[in-house]
Every structure is written in C-alpha cells, then in structure tokens.
Design a protein around this ligand. Structure first.
Ligand SMILES: Cc1ncc(COP(=O)(O)O)c(C=O)c1O
Length: 483
C-alpha cells in the first residue's frame, strides 16, 4: 500500500505530506493512471491520523488535477507518469543469429506467393478437416477429464504420458519394431523430434546426408543448425544405394535422414529390397540414421512395408520419428521418437530443458480416442477418400500436364517432373497470375537449385478445382515450350 513508505514528520502540515507523497508516487510511475487510492478511512487508520486530514489532501490533489474521484467508488490517479527515459529503438532484424536468419530466410509461409481468396492452391499437404471425427474426439476429451482431469491439468513428465507411451510401444510392435533396449519419448510432432535430435547430436559443420529432393522443413532445420546437407538422388525404389555408399565414404556424415515411406515431396515408397540394401550400408559404415515415418498409414495400392527400424535387432543406429500429423490431427502436434534407451534418456533431459513436456491433456485424450476404435474407422474412411482424390488427380495430370515422371503411390501429394526443362519457379509466377499455386521443386532441393519439378497437394481440393487448376498449369507450361 502506498502509505506504508510514508513516515510523517512534525515540521510540515500532515495533509501536505500526504499530498506530496502521492504526487511523487504518480510522477515516478509507482501509481499508474486510473489506479485506485486507499480510501480515506483506510489511509487514516494506517497513518493514525484523522479522516479529515486525508480528505483535505485528496481534495487538494483533485483540484490540482492529479487525482479524480467517483462518488461511491473512491479516488483514482488522473495523471500519466512523466518519465524522462530515452526512447529505445533496437534494430531487432540486425541482431538475429545465424539460426534465426536461416529460419526466416527459409520460411516459405512468408517467402512463397500467398494464397488469396478464390485461388486454387495445390501447396498444402494438410489433411482434409471435414474427415475428422470431431464428435468422437469430444467424447474422448470429456471422458478423460472426468477420469483424471486434475492430474492432467498439472505438470506432467518430459518423457510423456504413460498411457500413450504404452500405446505407441504396441503400435510400433505392430510395425515389427520392438525390443527391450528401445524406448519412446513423446514430442510435439515430428518437427520437435527432429529438433531435439539435431540440437543434441550435431555441431555446426557436421555433414548430414538425405534424399534429394527432401522435406523442406527438415532442410531448413538442418541448415539452421549449420549442418552441411548432402543430397543423394532416388529412383522409383527409393534412395540409390551405390550413391549413398559413395557419399558416406566421401563425407563420413554424422547422420543420414531418410523417409522410406511416402517420401516428401516425391511420395516414393522405398521397396523392401532397397530397404535391406540401405540398412546394410548404414550398418557397414556404422552410420546413425533418422527414419521419418510420418506418413506410413496412408498407403493406397500395395501392402505395408516395415520401417527400416524393424531390421535393427540388437543394433541401435536407427532412430525412428513418428507423427500423427497426416493420418490424424496435425493440430494436436503429437509425435514420438523411438530409439535406443540411452538415447531417449538424454533426449528426455533435452526435452525437459526446452519445453518441459508435451501437453498431457492432448496425450490422454488421444489415447482415449484411439482406444474407442474410432481410429480404425477413420483410417478406413480417410484412405478411401484420399485414394479417390489421388486417382482423380493422376487422371487429370495425365490429361493436362506434359510430364516425364509422375511420382507417388500414397500420401496426400503427387510429385511431377516435367518433360521439358521449364523452371517451375518461373512457371509458378505465371500460374499465380491466373490464380493457381503449387510448390516448385527448388524448395525441396538441398542445393536449392532450379528444377523442372513441382509438388501437387490434393487433399483439400474439390474435383472441379483439381481439374481447373491442372488445366491452367498445363496451359502455362505450353506457353514455355519452344516448338
Ligand atoms: C517428411 C515429413 N515429415 C514429417 C512431417 C510432419 O511433421 P509434424 O509432425 O511436425 O507436423 C511432414 C509434414 O508435412 C513431412 O512432410
């Protein structure tokens, strides 16, 4: 309270001392505009003086325009504090470290042409929200809150919600991955999982090998951490083994990053035979590998292929990162790292240092949702929906786009390599003028070089939009072809 620092003296009238004290506090900013002063009764009792003395002080302050009073409510500060501080204008953009600079330079949400209402955008590979089973999810939320709401709303554990870890252990066993030495850490999606690994196990200048082209966000993060990214080309069966081996021999990378199923952007599913060859190379050269399993469930045509991690047995050089962002709800930001328990033990501490833990409410609701059987129903529905869209998009590409190669047998996107050397970055500018957007291939290139490729995300577009958009892209391509 404002009067606890006021020591009254005998030399000056008391009302004047109260006036000065309040005026000083207002000018120093200790009493801010519109803040309430103690009532005259309170002040007189704290200072052991008569109420009338306080009243006189308040009346004088009011007549001098320092305070105002509202009948029945009290007295309030009227004046703004007058500070003589210097104005400070930090040039924030000039203070960014190299990590921040790379994140900003490679932030395609800011740098790529923006969607405007009415446009047809093939940019996104987010799932179709209308397929989400919102009612079932609401039920799961209410159920877990009734059961353990008090616990869930409190701090949880960095490693994750036990029910979810157990659920995912079983889930991974279903994919052929298990073993007593493996453990799981829950993360905020794939992206945080990768960040935890890169921040823990790499130094600037280290080499990391990946498929070329590859996931843009991964490229951005690897570059932001100052890593040297070396891309290895692919064919229809996945990364080329001879090239991978040669690259490992030449660069001795710290890590290899691979997405064996529905690779982004190509959609390639690495064949079983290729997986064994790649695994053999990683083992021969004792090279740790981050396996990105983000999209595994969305296969349309052939049967499921086991992750690389299923080949490990007692070995521990593969780290698997799973995510629910494509098969279920990206907004939940749930993912996991499965790895050797010594690795998870360290990553748990890093996770605690960075974000403490992933939301326990989200984790618990998700487990409840999965146990309700809704997931199986949803996957069936989603696969049927996306397969139809995928087949339609392929048909329309064949109709309108002169392509050399069409990649992708699952997931929510198709990758096209044009049969003419057309810079798709330039093509995008032309299409943008006609209201059509797509992802040009250069954003997926470790070297960022210009390409004749583009990625088409189809999940959230209507059939008419797919057809109309592809027709426009086809027309713009033909303008670039010199006969
Ligand atoms: C290759 C790849 N991995 C992982 C993810 C998912 O990331 P997150 O779980 O952080 O949403 C995506 C999303 O597009 C992706 O393309």
């Amino acid at each position: 309270m404002i009067f606890s620092t006021l020591i009254l003296n005998q030399d000056t009238p008391i009302y004047e001392q109260i006036e000065n004290h309040i005026e000083k506090a207002v000018k120093a900013g200790a009493l801010i505009k519109d803040s309430k002063l103690p009532s005259t009764r309170e002040a007189s009792s704290v200072l052991r003086i008569s109420r009338n003395t306080v009243l006189t002080a308040y009346e004088n302050l009011e007549s001098r325009g320092i305070i105002y009073s509202i009948k029945g409510k009290g007295s309030f500060v009227k004046e703004e504090a007058k500070n003589d501080w210097q104005e400070v204008n930090i040039k924030w953009k000039q203070r960014i470290n190299s990590y921040g600079q790379t994140c900003e330079q490679m932030d395609i949400i800011k740098t790529e042409p923006h969607y405007e209402k009415g446009m047809i955008s093939f940019k996104s590979i987010a799932p179709e929200g209308n397929l989400f089973d919102v009612e079932e999810f609401k039920r799961a939320f209410l159920d877990v809150m009734a059961l353990e709401g008090e616990k869930l709303l409190n701090y949880g554990y960095a490693k994750g919600y036990r029910g979810l870890i157990e659920y995912l252990m079983n889930y991974m066993e279903g994919k052929g991955v298990g073993g007593s030495k493996k453990d799981i850490l829950i993360t905020n999606g794939f992206t945080e999982g990768l960040d935890l690994i890169l921040s823990t196990y790499t130094q600037p200048g280290d080499v990391i090998v990946c498929e070329s082209p590859t996931h843009h966000t991964t490229l951005k993060m690897m570059k932001a951490y100052g890593l040297q990214v070396v891309g290895v080309p692919m064919d229809e069966q996945g990364i080329l083994p001879e090239e991978l081996e040669a690259t490992i021999i030449k660069h001795r990378p710290k890590w290899v990053y691979l997405t064996p199923s529905y690779q982004n952007p190509t959609g390639i599913v690495m064949s079983g035979e290729r997986r064994r060859m790649v695994y053999g190379i990683l083992s021969d050269y004792h090279t740790p590998c981050i396996e990105d399993g983000f999209n595994e469930e969305l296969l349309y045509s052939s049967s499921h292929i086991m992750p690389l991690m299923a080949l490990t047995g007692e070995s521990n050089h593969i780290i698997y990162i799973g995510s629910l962002s494509k098969i279920l709800f990206p907004g939940l930001r749930l993912g996991w790292i499965m790895a050797d328990s010594a690795c998870i033990d360290t990553l748990e501490s890093v996770k605690r240092a960075k974000t403490i833990h992933t939301s326990f409410v989200d984790q618990a609701v998700f487990v409840q949702y999965m146990k309700s059987g809704a997931f199986e129903r949803y996957v069936k529905k989603a696969k049927k929906y996306y397969r139809e869209k995928y087949l339609y998009t392929v048909e329309q590409i064949k109709e309108y786009i002169p392509y050399e190669k069409l990649w992708g047998e699952g997931g929510l996107h198709i990758f096209i390599e044009l049969n003419h050397k057309i810079d798709t970055r330039e093509l995008l500018k032309q299409c943008y003028r006609r209201g059509v957007l797509f992802m040009p291939g250069d954003i997926f290139e470790p070297s960022m070089k210009v390409t004749s490729s583009l990625r088409i995300g189809f999940a959230r577009l209507k059939k008419e939009e797919i057809s109309k958009g592809l027709k426009i892209i086809g027309e713009e391509i033909s303008k670039n072809i010199i006969p």
